[in-house]
Ligand binder design. Structure first.
Ligand code: ADP
Length: 389
């Protein structure tokens, strides 16, 4: 093969290679275009508003649902700062949050726990939930926000709150009205037992005793119902309180039982000062401590109170060496009047933990238990760290 032929052959091979590359590129481009079209179509049928912004916060993409939600045409939005969709009073802060997002871009809800609002073209507002995700595009880093109108959800929540309030009012009134006739039953059963016992036979006396103890039990149930209803009906006081003081007062109130059962209570750390309702906090500690003592058959019941500081909240724990709780029932015991034992074994109404749950959730915290039968129980609860200086 002479040199000319070699060059010709090389050229042909090169052309062939180029042709194959071109075909490949065309194929890739068509796949991209198809994927792009698919993406575009997906965006348009998405039930949520989707808005993409660049690093400077300028809108680069808007889907049909976003146009509908905010009442703009997409031409009016493209190239505009995203703050156009934010109520005026939040705009300044929004710029800061947006710039901050780029320092730690990850998929997350925007302003978790906050009430967010979108602003329509006509200036009206609507409640929204927004999630943010960073995306890399050929044109650079972008942030995709998915906006959901939660007007219906908010309305349903409001209705539910009103219903619960009506229920609480009803429970309060009924419980109050039940107290009076019950006092009568208890008093007259007492008279029967004291003054007429000699006229009754053994069975009769047993019935009267049963009547008396049933009336006492009903009184306890009504008392707990009223406590729970009044917690729901009254807004909690927002006071700066030293939990050590509250705790000491509860120990004093329970001192008789503590001495009787030789209970040892240890606190690993000093408790913090928090902004809360002092009566409610007292109720919470009283319920947890008295349960730790009551559901305990150890010769020396031991209770350990611990505290950890986590990011933005305190984590408290109340640990005992009592009878423990089967994991199957650990969620159930926080329900109203839920008990795992008959009255004869351990006294109680089953309202204590429901009251604790209500108190903690009203403060924005959570309560749960970790336990196994025979291994003791640890009740955990959290309280947000509000400004308590
Ligand atoms: P009560 O103490 O009046 O029964 P609570 O609502 O305080 O009602 O508790 C509900 C149930 O949870 C109790 O009946 C008991 O079965 C279980 N429980 C609560 N605290 C403890 C504990 N520290 N150890 C074992 N079981 C417990």
């Amino acid at each position: 093969m002479n040199d000319r032929e070699k060059t010709k052959e090389q050229l042909l091979a090169e052309i062939d290679l180029l042709r194959r590359r071109l075909a490949q590129a065309e194929e890739t481009e068509s796949t991209h275009r198809k994927a792009g079209l698919k993406f575009q179509r997906l965006l348009e049928v998405a039930p949520d508003g989707i808005i993409i912004v660049d690093r400077g916060g300028l809108i680069t993409l808007v889907n049909a649902q976003a146009e509908k939600l905010f009442g703009y045409l997409r031409e009016e939005l493209l190239g505009q700062p995203i703050e156009i969709l934010v109520p005026e009073r939040f705009r300044g802060a929004h710029v800061g949050h947006r710039e901050n997002y780029h320092t730690q871009p990850r998929t997350r809800p925007m302003g978790a726990g906050l009430d967010l609002a979108g602003r329509r073209k006509d200036g009206s507002e609507f409640p929204v939930e927004i999630s943010l995700s960073p995306i890399e595009t050929e044109e650079g880093a972008r942030v995709i926000s998915i906006v959901r109108d939660i007007t219906d959800k908010k309305g349903a929540e409001q209705k539910l709150r009103e219903k619960i309030r009506e229920m609480d009012d009803f429970v309060h009134v009924v419980s109050h009205d039940l107290k009076e006739p019950l006092r009568g039953i208890e008093a007259f059963a007492g008279f029967l037992a004291e003054d007429y016992a000699h006229l009754l036979d053994n069975e009769g006396r047993r019935y009267v005793q049963f009547l008396k103890s049933s009336a006492v039990r009903m009184k306890d149930l009504i008392h707990d119902l009223l406590t729970l209803a009044s917690i729901s009906r009254k807004a909690p006081a927002q006071q700066k309180i030293d939990l050590n003081q509250i705790f000491r007062k509860v120990e004093e109130d329970l001192s008789y039982t503590i001495e009787q059962k030789k209970v040892r209570i240890s606190r690993k750390h000093l408790l913090p000062t928090v902004v809360c309702d002092p009566t409610r906090m007292g109720e919470l500690f009283k319920n947890l401590l008295s349960n730790a003592i009551k559901f305990n058959m150890s010769s020396v019941p031991e209770i350990e109170i611990d505290l950890k500081e986590e990011k933005g909240f305190y984590l408290f724990s109340v640990k005992d060496n009592g009878i423990g709780i089967d994991p199957r029932y650990q969620a159930q015991i926080f329900g109203l009047f839920e008990r795992l034992h008959p009255q004869e074994e351990f006294e109680g109404t089953g309202a204590g933990l429901a009251i604790c749950k209500k108190i903690i959730e009203d403060c924005g915290g959570k309560i749960w238990v970790e336990s196994a039968p025979g291994k003791g129980s640890t009740f955990f609860f959290t309280l947000p760290q509000k400004d308590s200086r």
